[in-house]
Design a protein around this ligand. Structure first.
Ligand code: SPD
Length: 287
């Protein structure tokens, strides 16, 4: 008997699906959670109808979010991750011995439980590393309570904008992130797809440009996301060491990566589609 099912993410008049064995379908107090096992992409997690990650394509996503930031900053000891309940962002951060504390703030405890059970390989050793502290809390509230100049790096590893995650893309939230970052600190966020979520993508870039002195976006692929093309944006108030990779760190980390290396990153920072840069440049000139 064939027990395979198709699970699709619907976006406008398109759908992006995986076929496989349904491992879990449940609803937490926040969202619907699905885990499916697919031959090509391994185990894949969907939250409220949107693909979050799969065990076979996650490195495209997590390595791009983490290494441009951590391979360039001088001080990276104290890190905040908002979201990131699968543990992949924490795992990449913990490759740096200089990292001494990571606060991972995830609103939905059920996501962590499900990932530890079905997608354990994503968090891997991070789950047992003493440097990682998990806090089940709303990230928006968390950043409101932290003192000024506290974190060296903030990673925003959240789901797509929705009724319950919208505030994680707001200027008030970014202002608080800026306040709790050190003066040399850097914020790195997933910034949606320039193709499937063009308006959201442009709004995120504009809001970050308004909040921080410098920001830069890189583009690459996450195969299971709608349209495949995805983006990550890095923002800081400090121009001096903004995304200037440290060669020693790069050589060490490249050896441990499946996707990321300095050439890949250099190309990815030059990939802004013209239709996006036209809008961003028009916005900058208006300011
Ligand atoms: N459309 C999917 C956007 C999800 C980004 N976060 C993924 C979580 C991986 N740690």
């Amino acid at each position: 008997m064939n027990t395979s099912v198709w699970i699709d993410e619907y976006q406008k008049d398109s759908r992006f699906g995986l076929k496989g064995k349904l491992l879990l379908k449940k609803t937490s107090i926040f969202q619907e959670i699905i885990v499916i096992e697919n031959e090509l992409y391994g185990k894949a997690l969907m939250l409220d109808g949107c693909w979050m990650i799969s065990s076979k394509d996650e490195k495209y996503y997590h390595e791009c979010l983490v290494h441009p930031a951590l391979s360039s900053l001088k001080k990276i000891s104290n890190i905040l991750i908002i979201g990131g309940g699968d543990g992949g962002t924490a795992r990449e951060c913990l490759k740096y011995p200089e990292v001494s504390n990571i606060d991972l703030v995830e609103i939905d405890e059920e996501v962590i439980k499900v990932c530890k059970k079905f997608l354990k390989e994503i968090g891997d050793n991070a789950w047992t590393d003493d440097r990682l502290s998990i806090h089940i809390q709303d990230g928006v509230k968390w950043v409101e309570t932290i003192r000024d100049d506290f974190y060296d790096v903030i990673f925003i590893d959240c789901s797509d904008p929705s009724e319950f995650s919208n505030l994680l893309f707001s200027s008030e939230f970014y202002e608080n992130c800026k306040r709790i970052l050190t003066k040399e600190g850097l914020l790195a966020t997933q910034s949606e797809s320039p193709e499937s979520f063009k308006t959201m993508h442009i709004n995120i870039l504009k809001t970050l440009k308004t909040t921080f002195n410098v920001s830069k976006t890189m583009y690459s692929f996450v195969p299971i996301y709608p349209s495949g093309i995805w983006s990550w944006t890095f923002a800081s108030d400090n121009k001096s060491n903004f995304l200037k990779p440290n060669c020693r760190k790069v050589l060490e980390i490249e050896k441990q990566c499946e996707i990321w290396n300095l050439n890949y990153q250099d190309g990815a920072f030059k990939m802004m589609p013209n239709k996006i840069s036209k809008e961003i440049n028009a916005f900058k000139n208006d300011k």
